[in-house]
Design a protein around this ligand. Structure first.
Ligand SMILES: C[S@@+](CC[C@H](N)C(=O)[O-])C[C@H]1O[C@@H](n2cnc3c(N)ncnc32)[C@H](O)[C@@H]1O
Length: 206
């Protein structure tokens, strides 16, 4: 997500270590929580905040690598002060080393960067290297939920998930209505307003 950097972003994040950790900090289990979800590329936070209200028994980690973007998410978190959200400033690949095996029940990939050029495909969050990291941190029968407007990224992700022996338990091509157990993201709202098709899949680890 491109955004002009804001001078208030870093100081705001520094004031709130209770809500924002770095990708080097361990992802810790939280007292009273047995169900964990991760959103990779949290953006400005609409999805994670909506999901945290929808699933109060789940603890949500949201990782985002752009400081100003995560600061916007933090501003929204500070309005509701949810007990089940931790934001992580940094990169997924780096952060994955701070996550225990089989920690997460669910991973959400919402409108991930498409990296359209062939030579950049290895940067995609659903490139095999990143999926291997996700597979390690997912529990058995854990699920990856993916939404995108980009059909090429969708088909690429589907192929890689199948190659990694995931069971594809849902494909919506297109994903017409936001389901009651789902939350619209900022990018999704933009594409829906422009009547662009959205694609969604749910994949389950063996
Ligand atoms: C296209 S935006 C979508 C934002 C939001 N998920 C939505 O649907 O509105 C993708 C976001 O993922 C973040 N991102 C991409 N790769 C990442 C990575 N490896 N680790 C953490 N964040 C990442 C980008 O900085 C950007 O904010």
């Amino acid at each position: 997500m491109r955004l002009k950097s804001k001078p208030w972003a870093k100081p705001l994040i520094a004031e709130h270590p209770e809500y924002v950790q770095t990708d080097l900090d361990p992802f810790l289990p939280r007292p009273g929580f047995h169900h964990y979800a991760l959103e990779v590329g949290t953006g400005k936070g609409d999805f994670i905040i909506g999901k945290s209200l929808q699933q109060p028994q789940t603890f949500f980690y949201g990782i985002e690598r752009v400081t100003t973007v995560i600061a916007f998410a933090l501003k929204k978190v500070l309005i509701n002060k949810p007990l089940n959200i931790q934001l992580v400033l940094g990169d997924f690949a780096k952060a994955s080393f701070s996550i225990a095996d089989q920690f997460f029940d669910e991973i959400y990939l919402n409108f991930s960067d498409p990296w359209p050029k062939l030579r950049h495909h290895k940067r995609r969050l659903t490139a095999l290297g990143n999926l291997q990291k996700m597979t390690r941190i997912l529990k058995a029968k854990g699920r990856i939920f993916l939404k995108t407007d980009n059909l090429d990224l969708f088909m690429y992700s589907l192929g890689n998930l199948k190659q990694m022996s995931y069971n594809i338990i849902e494909i919506q091509q297109p994903y017409l209505q936001v389901e009651s157990n789902d939350i619209m993201t900022e990018y999704e709202s933009f594409f829906r307003k422009a009547s662009e098709p959205i694609y969604r899949l749910i994949a389950q680890k063996e």
